[in-house]
Design a protein around this ligand. Structure first.
Ligand code: ASP
Length: 346
C-alpha cells in the first residue's frame, strides 16, 4: 500500500481565511479547526494536512519582505516532512509573494502552491473550497517515479495553475482573478487535473534546497506618461540610497526623445543606478532599438526587462540586490532568466 501523502498548509491571511461572524455579519479571521468544520471535504482528500498559521493573519496589502523570509524558512524547516506546500494568501499581493519565493527557494523539487479566494470560505458561493482542495491535490501529486509533478512555485486559481513569477492579478470581480499573459498555464483542473508537462520546469539534477532570503528594498518604479516632468523624473532618480529603478516605458519599451530625460537617465546609470525597461503591456516584450524612441534608452545604459511582470522584476531586483554586492553582477543576472520568470535571448 502506498504511504499517505502529506501537505503543509501555511495560513497567512486574506479573504480565504475569513468567515462571517454569525451574530454580527462582520468578516473575521478563522483558525484551522474552524476551516475543517467549514470544509469537511479536507478529510476526504486522504492526504495528511497540517497547518501552520502566521498569526496575526493579515490582509495581503500588509505583506512585506519579512513575510517572504518567514515563508522560505518555514518551507526549509519542514521540507523533508511534506510532499508539498500550500500557502493561503490574500490575492492582492499574491503574485509578488509567489515571485519572491520563486527566487528565494533555489533547487526547489517540491510544489509550493499559493491560493486564495474572492469570497470568504463560509459564504454560500465561495470559491475557497475548490481553490484549496485542488491546490492540496496538486501539492501532493507525484508521477510514477514518485517525483513531484509540479516542482515549482505556482498560483492556483479558479481552474488554472500558473507559474507564480509569470502571474498578475487581473480581476477584482470574478473568480478568475489571475492570468499569466506571457507564459502558458502549467495545468487545468476540470473533471481531471490535466498537467502540461512541457511548460513545467524540472530540475536536471536534484540538489538540496537552498534558501536565499536577503533583500534590498532600495528600488523604485518610474512610470512614464505623456507630459511627465523633469522634476518628477529627477525626484525619483535622486532618492537617497537608490540602487535600481523599474522604468515603465511605452509599448515595446519606448520613451519620449527629450534630451533632459536622456541626460537624467544617463547620469543615474553612471552613478551606478540600475535601470530596467519594463513594457506597460500585459502581452509581449520590450524590444529596445526597434523604434528610434528606444535608442536613447540603450545609449543611456538602460537594460531590457523583456516580458517580465512588474511583480517579478520588483522582487527579482530586491533579491539580487540583497544577495550580490556588485552592480555589474546584478546587471548581468537581471538579463538572465533565473527561474522561468522571463523569455530572453540567451
Ligand atoms: N484584500 C484581500 C487581500 O489581498 C483580498 C483577497 O484576499 O482577495 O488580502
Amino acid at each position: 500500500m502506498s504511504e499517505k501523502k502529506a501537505v503543509l498548509l501555511i495560513f497567512t491571511g486574506g479573504t480565504i481565511s475569513m468567515s462571517e461572524d454569525t451574530n454580527t455579519g462582520a468578516l473575521r479571521p478563522i483558525d484551522f479547526d474552524r476551516l475543517q468544520e467549514l470544509m469537511p471535504e479536507l478529510k476526504q482528500t486522504g492526504i495528511h494536512i497540517h497547518c501552520i498559521p502566521f498569526l496575526p493573519l493579515i490582509d495581503s496589502s500588509d505583506v512585506h519582505p519579512p513575510l517572504w523570509e518567514k515563508l522560505a524558512l518555514t518551507i526549509r524547516d519542514n521540507y523533508d516532512l511534506y510532499d508539498g506546500f500550500v500557502i493561503l494568501h490574500g490575492t492582492d499581493t499574491m503574485a509578488y509573494s509567489a515571485s519572491a519565493l520563486s527566487f528565494m527557494l533555489e533547487n526547489l523539487s517540491k510544489p509550493v502552491i499559493f491560493t486564495g479566494a474572492q469570497l470568504p470560505v463560509g459564504m454560500l458561493r465561495s470559491d475557497a473550497k475548490e481553490n484549496l482542495i485542488t491546490s492540496i491535490e496538486i501539492a501532493a501529486d507525484k508521477d510514477s517515479n514518485g517525483k513531484a509533478i509540479v516542482p515549482e512555485v505556482c498560483i492556483f486559481f479558479e481552474d488554472t495553475l500558473f507559474r507564480g513569477n509569470r502571474t498578475t492579478k487581473k480581476n477584482t470581480e470574478h473568480f478568475n482573478a489571475f492570468n499569466s499573459y506571457n507564459y502558458p498555464p502549467l495545468a487545468k483542473a476540470g473533471v481531471h487535473i490535466k498537467y502540461f508537462q512541457s511548460a513545467i520546469h524540472y530540475p536536471e539534477t536534484e540538489k538540496p534546497l537552498h534558501i536565499r532570503t536577503k533583500t534590498n528594498q532600495n528600488i523604485a518604479i518610474l512610470k512614464l506618461y505623456p507630459g511627465i516632468t523633469e522634476e518628477m523624473v529627477n525626484a525619483i532618480l535622486n532618492i537617497p540610497h537608490l540602487r535600481a529603478v523599474v522604468l515603465e516605458s511605452f509599448g515595446a519599451g519606448n520613451a519620449p526623445r527629450r534630451i533632459w530625460l536622456y541626460n537624467a537617465l544617463k547620469a543615474a546609470t553612471e552613478r551606478g543606478i540600475i535601470i530596467v525597461n519594463k513594457t506597460p503591456c500585459s502581452i509581449g516584450s520590450v524590444e529596445m532599438g526597434r523604434y528610434e524612441t528606444s535608442l536613447n534608452l540603450i545609449n543611456a545604459g538602460v537594460i531590457s526587462g523583456y516580458d517580465i511582470t512588474t511583480e517579478a522584476i520588483v522582487t527579482k531586483l530586491m533579491y539580487l540586490l540583497g544577495e550580490y554586492e556588485s552592480t555589474e553582477e546584478v546587471k548581468a543576472l537581471i538579463s538572465r532568466n533565473i527561474c522561468g520568470e522571463m523569455t530572453c535571448e540567451e
